[in-house]
Ligand binder design. Structure first.
Ligand code: AMP
Ligand code: ZN
Length: 466
């Protein structure tokens, strides 16, 4: 299996650290709002990655954090805590807000057929581990205290830019604004490990005691603490969206490698953005679409999953309603084809060579998760004039172990009785002659008999009434 490692900016052959299991850490949501479909694109990519590892025979230990404290409105330590701000807006407790949006997040996972990670760890359950890590950073001379916070001392850590490859002076420009908020901060690139309850955080609700007084953790330290508590250090693969390369993951590496003196993870994989009107879709950008919005428009969430798989995870994907509707049509067509296959299954499966299809499928998915290629192979299988329905179905369900489109649940179409087909044909003729009153009467008659006719661009379809 070959994957693109952001650390080397190259495709590398995946070699697990241990023989028995693979550690996969996937940065999770900040639960102050619904996930948008951009976030969900990244989670679908991570699901495909997990399924591909399983396909290759690995036992995957997957961990995802839930950020329920410490993520400020700017990734670079400025602004307010996102959850507390939302709680004030909604007049609910911070704990309620975190719980409510965690549940909403899990609902989205179910609708998109994303496997829920075995470990789903809220940051607030790992406070002790985070404090321990900060203490180690003090021991190693990589942390310092001001009257407002505890900081990571960036210039003291040699490999700070190894993931981002972004020169430190560029980062300094980006970070300059918030230096004003703490004159004791030594270097503009230093970032917060622990916030004290001072100034803007005087009334911060989530708070814990620590060797530096009451306070709460900075955003990045939770992932360092949770990932290594669960998976050891180093572990195999760490993932997230591309926005995490320069700040969040760079800081995670600094904290964990600074504290333990070993690499944090071997491979770092990042999903590109879902964009809309040429801008990144984002909660802060205010241009975001949720899965409920998609459902309101009668689009199946799995059609959204299909849509994301049409692009490689390392390419930007442009969202338009038209493109999503086209994906929905393709997904419906696929379901129709599968339901027909189910009707035509033979009692005895023909002996045919399905190996070449399987080889091509494995090669495509093992080539850095080439899902567009896998979809092409899927359609080729569906359309093949050589394969029997049994073998087609068998192959499709194997591909679906990775694609996760829930194709095994596509129903066999009911057999439509001849008298209904006749009535529908008569109706079709009347419609073609623009005799709409008569054609409508026939539609009603068909409906009374328990069937529904629907007119589509390519002709009408009949189905059993639900
Ligand atoms: P957040 O809840 O903001 O921490 O984001 C959750 C995940 O979604 C992270 O891995 C982000 O990198 C990712 N993400 C954020 N915006 C987008 C987007 N427009 N397209 C794809 N992934 C995104
Ligand atoms: Zn993280």
């Amino acid at each position: 299996m070959v994957i693109f490692n952001t650390l080397s900016r190259e495709k590398e052959t995946f070699k697990p650290i241990r023989k028995t299991w693979v550690g996969l850490y996937t940065c999770g949501p900040t639960v102050y709002n619904y996930a948008h479909i951009g976030n969900l694109r990244t989670y679908i990519f991570e699901d495909i990655l997990e399924r591909t590892l399983v396909w290759n025979g690995y036992d995957v230990r997957r961990v995802m954090n839930i950020t329920d404290v410490g993520h400020l409105t700017s990734d670079a330590d400025a602004g307010e805590d996102k959850i507390q701000r939302e709680a004030e807006k909604e007049k609910r407790s911070v704990w309620d807000v975190a719980q409510f949006y965690t549940e909403a997040f899990l609902e989205d996972f179910k609708k998109l057929n994303i496997k829920i990670p075995k470990r789903l760890d809220p940051a607030t359950k790992f406070i002790k581990e985070q404090i321990k890590l900060i203490e180690r950073l003090f021991e190693r001379g990589l942390a310092y205290e001001t009257s407002k916070a505890i900081y990571f001392n960036v210039p003291k850590f040699k490999n700070y830019t190894k993931l981002s490859k972004q020169p430190l002076n560029e980062k300094i420009v980006a970070a300059r604004n918030e230096v004003i908020s703490d004159p004791e901060k030594r270097h503009p690139a230093d970032f917060v490990l622990w916030f004290k309850l001072i100034d803007r955080f005087k009334n911060h609700i989530m708070r814990w005691s620590s060797p530096w007084g009451m306070g709460f953790p900075g955003w990045h330290i939770e992932c360092s603490a949770i990932s290594t508590s669960r998976l050891g250090q180093p572990f195999d693969i760490h993932t997230g969206g591309v926005d995490h390369i320069n700040v969040h993951h760079t800081n995670e590496i600094a904290q964990s490698e600074g504290a333990i003196g070993k690499p944090l993870a071997r491979y770092w994989m990042h999903a590109e953005f879902l964009i809309i009107n040429e801008a990144r879709m984002g909660k802060s950008e205010g241009n975001f679409i949720t899965l409920s919005k998609i459902k309101e428009k009668d689009i199946n969430p799995l059609a959204y999953r299909y849509f994301t798989l049409t692009a490689h995870y390392r390419s930007k994907l442009n969202f338009t309603w038209e493109a999503l509707q086209a994906a929905q049509r393709a997904f419906e067509k696929l379901s129709e084809e599968i339901s027909l296959l189910k009707r035509n299954l033979k009692r005895v499966s023909a002996k045919q060579n399905t190996e070449t299809y399987l080889k091509r499928f494995t090669k495509a998915i093992n080539d850095d998760l080439n899902t567009p290629q896998v979809l092409a192979i899927l359609w080729e299988t569906v359309k093949s004039s050589k394969l029997s329905p049994n073998n087609k179905l068998k192959l499709i369900l194997i591909y679906d172990q990775i694609l996760g489109l829930n194709l095994k649940n596509v129903k066999k179409p009911p057999i439509i009785p001849q008298n209904i087909i006749k009535l529908a044909e008569q109706r079709e003729l009347l419609r073609a002659n623009k005799q709409f009153i008569q054609s409508d009467a026939l539609r009603k008659q068909i409906n009374k008999l328990g069937y529904v006719v629907k007119d589509t661009a390519t002709g009408s379809t009949i189905s059993k009434k639900l």
